[in-house]
Design a protein around this ligand. Sequence first.
Ligand SMILES: O=C(O)C(=O)Cc1ccccc1
Length: 299
Amino acid sequence: MPESEYNQKIGYLGPKGTFTKMAVDALFHGGDFTSYETIPACLDAVEAGEIDTGVVPMENAIEGSVHLTIDYMTHHVDVPIVAEMTVPIKQHLLVRKDFDPEVEEITQVYSHSHAIAQCHQYLHKQYPNAELRYTSSTGRAAEIVADSDEPIAAIGNHLAAEENRLVIMKHDIHDYDNNHTRFAVVQKQPKTMKIRDHIPTKHKTTVMVTLPKDYAGALHQVLAAFAWRKMNLSKIESRPMKTGLGNYFFLIDIDQAYDQVLFPGVEAELEALGCSLKLLGTYPSYELSVPTPNMQTSQ
Ligand SMILES: O=C(O)C(=O)Cc1ccccc1
């Protein structure tokens, strides 16, 4: 069957050449792909039913959570996580083919805030005078550099270089080697996805827990509800409720699939404490590799 006949509409944080698109290409086996300029635009499109499935970055090993994704998913849309994938991230310094570092100095470096943060030491040492300019994605940064005739650079991957006819002036400029990003795959209505031949490394569940105000030891009791059931937590993070300074909710990742025994037990125990628990998704977790560059570089 031709790939397009799979009839799955997948949206992602674009434009072309983003890490999100790399992750999408690594996971899905064909489909109709639509790129969105921002994370909220992609999540809104899933919420509105314009696309079946959306893919957005959720967490980076160096920079931490992508707050825009987490906040938008918890405050503005109701789109459960149906899968997650972790991919290795390599950041490169991209310039136009006609840029000559012997003649001109880079005055501005464009990229997504997480990409800039991942290369902070490198930029600080090599380009202390360059202005850092934040974009909605690394792919957008590459487009800006391609469309400009100023001495500017982008931070992004080799796909962004290829798609925008840029060259990699310096490979692997990220400050830490073990750089990975987790991407969330979300759907409004459950729809079977046609994915490549990958086996999930584990199953996870993400919940949002809201605590009662001024209740001494509330978080301790929340954690105890998971602990005595021997449910392993792989992440806990607090985020502002946006209702006033000091009001937070907790996002908790549990290393197991939702079941009808342990989770309802936790929920009942938390409700008795005055907490509320919302399920954000129970999903397979994939660890994927992405292709390495095969193109012209200036090194
Ligand atoms: O901007 C991109 O390419 C994205 O997909 C978001 C992102 C940014 C930095 C590291 C990983 C993902």
